[in-house]
Design a protein around this ligand. Structure first.
Ligand SMILES: Nc1ncnc2c1ncn2[C@@H]1O[C@H](COP(=O)(O)OP(=O)(O)O)[C@@H](O)[C@H]1O
Ligand SMILES: Cc1ncc(C[n+]2csc(CCOP(=O)(O)OP(=O)(O)O)c2C)c(N)n1
Ligand SMILES: [Mg+2]
Length: 326
């Protein structure tokens, strides 16, 4: 299958609503063309590299899903609605079974969120698979920028944390040695969160009227919260006990589980700040989106992030989150 047949077969069948307008141009010309809808256009890109972001033997259907999901998670953190995306692919070979599954995973998530795949680029790579996705979304002012947290805001996090990091640790271990029965059970209970994360697109949009600042926690909650605090020139108190932990982590030694919750990346949940007046509305948004939300602390004037343990003691030496160039 040649380059052009490949693009036609797997990446040119978007049925998203934006593709229905008379002047729309999608995959197949030099550029895509679309009527920009009214509102604030938000744009993001994330890159996924074989061996860095995913294992070579990952299920290509799940990889296709994840490549788009990590971008839709950034769109969600702007309280925006996805509208379109572009897919850059560099592949060592045109493996049709791999492409069929990858495109099915990608296109299925795109369809679920009415996000049109409008273009991209496909090349040969000499070493490994490279994926670069750009996503466009439609937002409304005021945007929940990282810089907009206010003193006295509640801090919230969606979902439950820690499972992607535990799954990653077990998959790495499995490359060296066989896992025990208990470890295999733990891997089975956690690996879908690593390999098929669900972006909080509905929750993000529902929260828009209530949140001041929002961020997705792809690099781990502490690190991404630190980015939000730095941008807002404020600090926070976070209560370790209130951080939502994935239930499977009961089987993990407590210190290891807390580290996975605090600093494990690959989460794709939302962390946000909002005035305490909106607690009831925020709980309603979560019910409507079918996601849990948890209050984890408050925004403070002192420019530091303080983590308190169950006894109210300050936790020292906080673990770092994910960093490509530590
Ligand atoms: N190579 C680059 N060129 C321009 N901007 C970049 C580049 N890499 C990252 N950025 C920008 O830096 C900011 C932080 O990026 P990142 O930490 O990847 O955010 P996120 O975790 O939301 O994906 C974003 O605004 C992103 O667009
Ligand atoms: C094979 C493999 N190794 C390591 C990881 C862990 N990992 C890779 S990137 C990342 C954090 C998020 O990726 P990044 O490129 O920083 O995305 P962004 O924050 O820009 O969304 C994590 C936890 C993984 N998921 N798979
Ligand atoms: Mg990024």
């Amino acid at each position: 299958m040649d380059e052009f047949a490949l693009i036609r077969q797997y990446f040119s069948h978007s049925t998203a609503s934006i593709a229905k307008s008379a002047s729309y141009v999608g995959v197949g010309d030099d550029c895509a063309a679309l009527q920009p809808p009214q509102g604030e256009l938000v744009i993001c890109k994330d890159v996924l590299i074989e061996g860095r972001h995913f294992f070579s033997d990952v299920d290509p259907f799940l990889l296709g899903h994840k490549a788009l999901a990590v971008n839709l998670s950034d769109i969600a953190a702007m309280a925006a609605k996805p509208i379109a995306c572009l897919l850059g692919l560099a592949l060592p070979r045109a493996d049709e079974a791999w492409l069929e599954a990858f495109s099915r995973g990608f296109n299925r998530l795109a369809e679920r969120y009415d996000c049109a795949l409008v273009g991209g680029d496909t090349t040969r790579s000499d070493a490994g698979i490279f994926i670069s996705v750009t996503a466009l979304g439609l937002a409304q002012q005021p945007l929940p920028l990282r810089a907009n947290a206010q003193i006295g805001d509640d801090l919230w996090v969606s979902g439950d944390l820690g499972s992607p990091n535990i799954a990653l640790g077990l998959l790495l271990k499995q490359q060296q040695a066989s896992l025990s029965e208990q470890e295999l059970a733990l891997l089975a209970a956690t690996r879908l969160r690593l390999e098929q994360p669900e972006p909080q697109v509905h929750l993000g949009q529902l929260l828009r009227p209530y949140v001041h600042a929002m961020i997705d926690i792809s690099d781990g909650v502490l690190q991404d919260l630190s980015h939000l605090l730095t941008a807002s020139q404020l600090g926070a108190i976070v209560y370790a006990e209130q951080l939502p932990m994935h239930p499977a982590l009961q089987a993990v030694e407590a210190k290891h589980a807390l580290e996975a919750v605090l600093a494990g990346g690959d989460e794709y949940q939302l962390c946000f700040s909002a005035a305490p007046d909106y607690r009831r509305q925020i709980e309603q948004c979560a019910l409507q989106a079918g996601t849990a939300v948890q209050r984890i602390g408050q925004i403070t004037a002192a420019r530091e992030l303080i983590l308190l343990d169950a006894a109210g003691q300050v936790v020292e030496n906080l673990p770092q989150g994910f960093n490509h160039f530590p």
